[in-house]
Ligand binder design. Sequence first.
Ligand SMILES: NC(=O)c1ccc[n+]([C@@H]2O[C@H](COP(=O)([O-])OP(=O)(O)OC[C@H]3O[C@@H](n4cnc5c(N)ncnc54)[C@H](OP(=O)(O)O)[C@@H]3O)[C@@H](O)[C@H]2O)c1
Length: 228
Amino acid sequence: MKVCIIGASGKLGKYMVQHALDQGYEVVGVCRERSLDKLDAFKGRITIIPGATNDRAVIKQAVDGCDGVLTVLVPWGNQHYSSGTAQAVLDFAPPGARLIFSCGWHITRDGKDVYPRSLKREEKIIRWLTRIIPFVDLDDQVEACRRIFASNTRWTVVRGSDLEEGETQGLPVWSRHVGDPILASNKTRRVDYALFIVEALRNDALIHEAPAIVGCRTPSALTYAVVP
Ligand SMILES: NC(=O)c1ccc[n+]([C@@H]2O[C@H](COP(=O)([O-])OP(=O)(O)OC[C@H]3O[C@@H](n4cnc5c(N)ncnc54)[C@H](OP(=O)(O)O)[C@@H]3O)[C@@H](O)[C@H]2O)c1
């Protein structure tokens, strides 16, 4: 399987690269020119295409011939970075490719998510700060996901909880809606978030789903997960 990882040099991206290599996949990574050295550990094992992730020509070249495209959706700046990236992937990924996107719990697909007060507060603060310094554009990530949800590609949008570093604990558990008690711990190891995204490539049950995830060893997951 040939997999393109868009945003490969970030913390999440590097974990995704490692998991994809562990699976024996051929990996093409897209990252900003200034971040190329962050991928030195993978030199000779992956193909790297330098460029902004919302550069349509870069994405067109990177996704060519790929069976899967893993995209780190980030709302940096005020130049429609997220929606530009998502649209380029939707437009240029080969027909039938599995497309997996990352974002946070704050994205809702059907409006049925029930958010903890802490998350609402966090969003309020970020929105207030970005009115003064527009370093991120949360609404653009919302727009990116709206376009993905409306597309007839084989997409999955993986909604991450708060993240932490640490050794893997295994594949996170998920729910369709934030507010489900299984998600209450609101913590996932970044390495396991990446694992969920890479595993989604082979999990057709996740097509057209927007799973909200949480670490499988967190108290809420241990209390509420259904043991087969
Ligand atoms: N952080 C959290 O607690 C959290 C919680 C839930 C969900 N998520 C989701 O997880 C994903 C990854 O988030 P992360 O926090 O772990 O970050 P990350 O993996 O470090 O990813 C950040 C990405 O943004 C790029 N980036 C940084 N500054 C940029 C700029 N000014 N312009 C353009 N690109 C820039 C980085 O590229 P370079 O390597 O080139 O800098 C990297 O690809 C995102 O989709 C996020 O929504 C995060």
